[in-house]
Design a protein around this ligand. Structure first.
Ligand SMILES: NC(=O)C1=CN([C@@H]2O[C@H](COP(=O)(O)OP(=O)(O)OC[C@H]3O[C@@H](n4cnc5c(N)ncnc54)[C@H](OP(=O)(O)O)[C@@H]3O)[C@@H](O)[C@H]2O)C=CC1
Ligand SMILES: O=C(O)[C@H](O)CS(=O)(=O)O
Length: 476
């Protein structure tokens, strides 16, 4: 067990366990790698109380003092990149190279919000009366509950705790049950960085039981959730009675459009990067690939050739590019999407079947002849399958791209300036990648529209969701 691995929860500065446990397995082998406590509702309530108590002195510290602690936290995450990456690959399965990148990405949110802590500015506004002055204060919103998914076990956490801690809030974090160890390791480093006891609490266990306590608590003033739209909507409803502020980063169904005037080789590189990162298990993966008639056949041929070269192996194996899927349910969904597409006339260009490694490994796949009526066009595959649709006109493909209740990420390759503006403005999404398949950075506002969620994470906008505005009307 690495010295960052904890089989315990962090509540009020203490590592605690319970009477029941949840076993965590290695997706590459299916073998158990450890266990974490199944925290009770009472333990969750203790964590909320600890966060509320610890945030009072924390919020009273100067912004610069908070920034200095967060800066130390950032430096410790970077210093422990290798150990954190190894732990992340063991519990989530992604290639070690991707895990190392995720740790840098995760650290980037702490670095960024350490700086943003010092720039939470209020306002003095022109008054409405000679004997009044208008002052706007920005104050920490209160205790923050953060619930995170398994696909980015480190970055999805720091993307939430970074702004929360920078703003002066206390946090109760519930990581995904399949990938708790990265979160607990970040708890170890938070203590080492000097975060006060109780400010960051990490509870593991039954999502519903912990979620019920977090969403019903009136002490919790903010819920930040990343995960499926189904669960996000449920949490939204559960938070209504206590009128919490919500950030919801939910599911996607990203279109990836290649126009006739695209740089075809660049488009193939971008499609591979967007589609197969984390074995396709990201909410911003290209989920539908549209190729214009003039380049369709050449693009499909080149995409299939590049896809067939991807190295499928356990994440710990040198050169691994595609690791295992998180669980058997994920493999079943990939099979269902392929079978449904083939039953409606699509064809396999490469892949299409489980990998020789067996278990949760699946061969990177390209389908052609895909249409909007297929399940793979309507649902998020969350796996290594690239479905290619043919289209003729710009208006037609914008309509196809927008023919989804989701609106998180989108991508297109084109070089005509007018087309770039028309398509970027016409696509209904929170994020548009133009001539790139990689859009993830802590410096930009990340989030979606429609059923993909509420709010933005990262960037100078990201801290707004963790403060409240207070209007002070000053009689003079
Ligand atoms: N927009 C974005 O940035 C992202 C969106 N996603 C989306 O999430 C999905 C895949 O991730 P996945 O983890 O399976 O998503 P889930 O929504 O199933 O789970 C996300 C988190 O919510 C918890 N959870 C589940 N049910 C409840 C509940 N009733 N009350 C409280 N918490 C609950 C889970 O806990 P437990 O693990 O214990 O079940 C987990 O920690 C995909 O749809 C993907 O698109 C994923 C990542 C990023
Ligand atoms: O969980 C996800 O899919 C992440 O939000 C993707 S990203 O932040 O790495 O782009």
């Amino acid at each position: 067990m690495s010295d960052l691995m904890r089989e315990a929860c962090l509540i009020d500065g203490r590592w605690v366990t319970g009477e029941q446990w949840i076993t965590v397995d290695n997706p590459a082998s299916g073998e158990p790698i450890g266990r974490v406590p199944r925290c009770t509702g009472a333990q969750t309530a203790q964590a909320i109380e600890a966060a509320a108590r610890a945030m009072v002195p924390w919020a009273k510290r100067t912004a610069k003092e908070r920034a200095q602690v967060l800066r130390r936290y950032y430096e410790l995450i970077i210093a422990n990149q290798e150990a954190l990456a190894a732990l992340l690959t063991r519990e989530q399965g992604k290639p070690l190279a991707e895990a190392r990148s995720e740790i840098v990405y995760a650290a980037g949110f702490i670095e960024w919000f350490a700086e943003e802590a010092k720039r939470v500015y209020g306002d003095v506004l022109p008054s409405h009366a000679a004997d009044k002055r208008i002052v706007v204060l920005k104050q920490p919103i209160g205790v923050v509950a953060a619930i995170t998914p398994w696909n980015f076990p480190a970055a999805m956490i720091t993307r939430k705790i970074g702004p929360a801690l920078a703003a002066g809030c206390g946090v109760v974090l519930k990581p995904a049950s399949q990938t708790p160890f990265s979160a607990l390791a970040l708890g170890v480093l938070a203590q080492e960085a000097g975060l006060p006891d109780g400010l960051l609490n990490v509870v593991t266990g039954s999502a519903a039981e912990i979620g019920d306590v977090l969403t019903s608590s009136e002490t919790v003033r903010k819920l930040s959730f990343t995960g499926s739209t189904e669960v996000g909507a449920r949490l939204y409803a559960q938070c209504a009675p206590s009128i919490k502020k919500l950030s919801l980063e939910l599911g996607g169904n990203a279109p990836f459009i290649v126009f006739d005037d695209a740089d075809l080789d660049a488009a193939v590189v971008g499609a591979i990067q967007s589609k197969f990162r984390n074995a396709g298990q990201t909410c911003v993966c290209a989920n539908r690939i549209y190729a214009q008639a003039g380049i369709h056949d050449a693009f499909v041929e080149r995409l299939a050739a590049a896809t067939a070269k991807l190295h499928v192996a356990a994440g710990t194996e040198a050169g691994s590019e595609i690791g295992p899927l998180i669980d058997e349910k994920a493999v079943a969904k990939v099979r269902e999407h392929i079978a449904d597409a083939l039953s409606q006339g699509a064809r396999v260009v490469t892949g299409g079947q489980a990998h020789a490694l067996g278990g949760r490994f699946f061969t990177p796949t390209v389908l052609a002849g895909v249409t909007q009526s297929m399940a793979i066009a309507r649902e998020e595959t969350f796996g290594p399958v690239a479905p290619v649709f043919r289209f003729d006109s710009e208006d037609e493909v914008i309509a196809m791209a927008n023919d989804t209740p989701f609106g998180l990420a989108s991508y297109f390759y084109a070089r005509d300036l007018g087309r770039v503006w028309r398509v970027a403005e016409g696509i209904e999404a929170g994020i548009v990648g133009v001539n790139t398949g990689l859009i993830s950075t802590e410096l930009a506002p990340f989030g979606g529209v429609k059923l993909s969620g509420l709010g933005r994470e990262g960037s100078r906008y990201g801290i707004d969701d963790y403060v409240e505005l207070k209007y002070v009307c000053l009689g003079v």
